[in-house]
Design a binder for this molecule. Structure first.
Ligand code: CTP
Ligand code: CA
Length: 226
């Protein structure tokens, strides 16, 4: 398969990738998180690097941190840390790929001490996190290219297209959670990619490495057409 690859088609490009979940602390021992393994972001970082790009991977807390030779890994914990890491690097980036499952809400207050169980119910006050993709989209220059993801369980296409538009991305990758074996906790994904000209590309269920290849191929073609 590599025989047909174009090779170093991203040489000289600075690529910013996010991956993994974020953890939002509640107290010193607890957090709000999600099931993201970080595998999609890691596969994308590797794929972009293999095509000659200089890759920075802003990576949330994942169980397995593989060694990633040639890739600058910036480990972060919270959505706020991921936001800061990305905003600071976006100006020097040519391409952004936001594959992280960023927490949408974070506790208003972090308890300094472990919260003891007392009441039979416990309500936590949460506040919205800043949307990294949306902010990068807002700051995006004409020479920059931005890829977002959309994780949906219903009305997939409509929500994906509205995210493409509202976050000013160039491509949006819809992750189908409806298919068996796709998404969180699996090594495979089933994606559809949408662009702003109304094109869409649907792919079969495949390994996250193969999905990363499809995303990179689509991105390189869209870059050439931009
Ligand atoms: N995203 C982000 N920062 C956030 C939340 C989301 O950068 N605080 C990015 C994700 O990395 C992804 C895209 O936005 O590329 C869409 O994420 P998703 O969770 O599907 O959509 P949301 O806009 O957060 O809306 P909702 O979860 O309500 O569907
Ligand atoms: Ca979300």
């Amino acid at each position: 398969e590599d025989f047909f690859r174009t090779g170093q088609d991203l040489k000289g490009k600075n690529v910013l990738v996010t991956g993994g979940p974020t953890h939002e602390p509640i107290d010193p021992v607890r957090f709000i998180g999600n099931h993201s393994s970080g595998k999609m972001g890691i596969a994308l970082a590797r794929e972009m690097a293999s095509r000659g790009a200089s890759v920075t991977l802003v990576l949330g807390p994942v169980a397995e941190r593989p060694s990633l030779p040639g890739i600058e890994v910036v480990p972060v914990l919270t959505a706020a840390e991921m936001y800061e890491a990305c905003i600071g690097r976006w100006g020097a980036s040519d391409i952004g790929i936001m594959a992280a499952a960023v927490a949408d809400y974070t506790p208003v207050q972090v308890a300094a001490e472990k919260v003891k169980k007392q009441q039979s119910t416990w309500s936590l006050e949460l506040t919205k996190t800043q949307d990294i993709l949306q902010e990068l989209g807002r700051q995006k220059r004409k020479d920059q290219f931005l890829v977002g993801f959309a994780l949906e369980t219903r009305e997939e296409k409509a929500y994906a297209l509205s995210k493409l538009e509202s976050k000013n991305a160039d491509l949006i990758v819809l992750n189908s959670l409806r298919d068996q074996g796709a998404g969180f906790g699996f090594d495979t994904n089933k994606i559809t990619i949408f662009d702003r000209q109304g094109s869409e590309w649907s792919f079969e269920l495949k390994t996250k490495e193969a999905v990363a290849r499809d995303i990179a191929d689509t991105l390189v073609r869209a870059l050439g057409a931009k």
